[in-house]
Design a protein around this ligand. Structure first.
Ligand SMILES: C=C(C(=O)O)c1ccccc1
Length: 373
């Protein structure tokens, strides 16, 4: 019976344990270029079985928030090399979350101040984080998106492949495709954001087409064994909705089963919120989705996320339900979370006031156990 401290292998990626650092946007990479402070932050957390970095846009069009790192500038690749080198020197493993925000953006962040793009011209609502005219961080309403022309979609699929290649060039052990939380891939998947009438909209097969084309393109580029995928079947994040999540994600899981991916990372419930959240009246059955994946030949690691603690993670891995458990806020506040879990030691509490933006405070200044002994 596995436990959370056992090593494993997710596709081509060997991991020292099952305690995974979840992707966490921190808005501390001005001009989309990773910096020394970012390298320190990730290095401090290198004992995670696998670090999944914050969302990293593949293009400026895919950028939706100020000061997140990108993969589309040469200087950013050099910046990421500082991060991957630092983590590898500590024996860690790290993949980057490859991201296109779709409609969750603002014209001030878009090339030539253009409208953000999406499957359909349906606004996300809600707010994003920009740098205002005075150079200060500020929250702003997301801008109304335009619907992608059919002829544009292949180019974005190719942008994902280029981003995956850039990630490997930057020294990452692989990538996680961001298919969750109401961003572009999730917008194509879900009925509330995708009302296209061409081969990318309407039926479940059509709405899953973009995801599967992106999976196949990045797998051709860097090898499926270095590709993970994050999904969030029922999250309401960024006002995304879906009328039949179980049918959709059972289908997606079945189609992923034959693609040899390294891992599938599933947000259970509302991202960062209610684990029991559901879209519609029927609770989502995550085991059923996993069964569909395994039945179709899926061998990738099954990583679960949202509201887990040491005990529930131990149960999830020990029972064989999960191969890994991803922790977000706990890794923000506990760089040495693995050691704290091993010693069943007290945990630092995260300060939500410093989650987004700023510098070292609330980022690299959380103490590790040995520093408080
Ligand atoms: C990448 C994010 C996600 O997946 O929800 C994100 C973006 C901004 C703030 C928090 C989280």
């Amino acid at each position: 019976m596995a436990n959370i401290f056992d090593p494993s292998k997710f596709g081509d990626i060997e991991v020292a344990n099952r305690i995974i650092m979840a992707p966490l946007t921190r808005n501390r990479s001005p001009k989309a270029i990773p910096n020394d402070l970012n390298a320190t932050y990730y290095e401090q957390r290198a004992t995670a079985g696998l670090i999944i970095t914050e969302g990293t846009p593949i293009t400026q069009q895919g950028q939706g928030y100020a000061d997140v790192p990108g993969l589309y500038l040469p200087a950013a690749i050099e910046g990421w090399k500082k991060v991957t080198d630092a983590v590898h020197k500590k024996g860690g493993k790290i993949v980057t979350q490859v991201w296109h925000v779709g409609r969750v953006s603002h014209v001030s962040l878009q090339p030539d101040g253009a409208a953000p793009v999406a499957p359909s011209a349906i606004p996300a609502g809600g707010k994003t984080y920009i740098i205002d005219e005075n150079g200060n961080g500020a929250f702003a309403e997301t801008s109304a998106p335009r619907a992608l022309e059919l002829s544009e979609i292949a180019g974005i699929v190719d942008d994902f492949a280029k981003g995956a290649r850039a990630a490997i060039d930057a020294g990452f052990d692989g990538i996680e495709l961001h298919g969750a939380n109401g961003y572009l891939i999730d917008q194509f998947l879900k009925s509330g954001a995708n009302q296209r009438t061409d081969e990318y909209g309407g039926s479940i097969e059509n709405r899953a087409r973009f995801l599967l084309e992106v999976v196949d393109a990045v797998s051709r580029e860097i090898g499926a064994g270095r590709v993970g995928l994050r999904l969030s079947p029922v999250t309401p994040a960024n006002n995304i909705t879906e009328v039949q999540p179980q049918a959709l994600f059972n289908y997606v899981a079945e189609k992923l089963g034959s693609r040899g991916l390294a891992f599938i990372h599933v947000v259970e419930g509302a991202t960062g919120g209610d684990r029991a959240y559901k879209q519609g009246d029927t609770p989502f059955n995550y085991q059923e989705m996993k069964d569909a994946y395994r039945k179709a030949g899926g061998t990738g690691g099954w990583i679960v996320n949202n509201g887990y603690d040491r005990d529930s993670a131990t149960e999830a891995v020990g029972s064989g339900y999960a191969d890994g458990v991803a922790f977000g806020k706990l890794f923000i506040a506990n760089p040495d979370l693995v050691e704290r879990f091993r010693d069943n030691a007290p945990l630092n509490k995260p300060d939500s006031n410093t989650f987004y933006g700023g510098g070292a405070k609330g980022y690299t200044d959380y103490p590790a156990l040995e520093s408080v002994a």
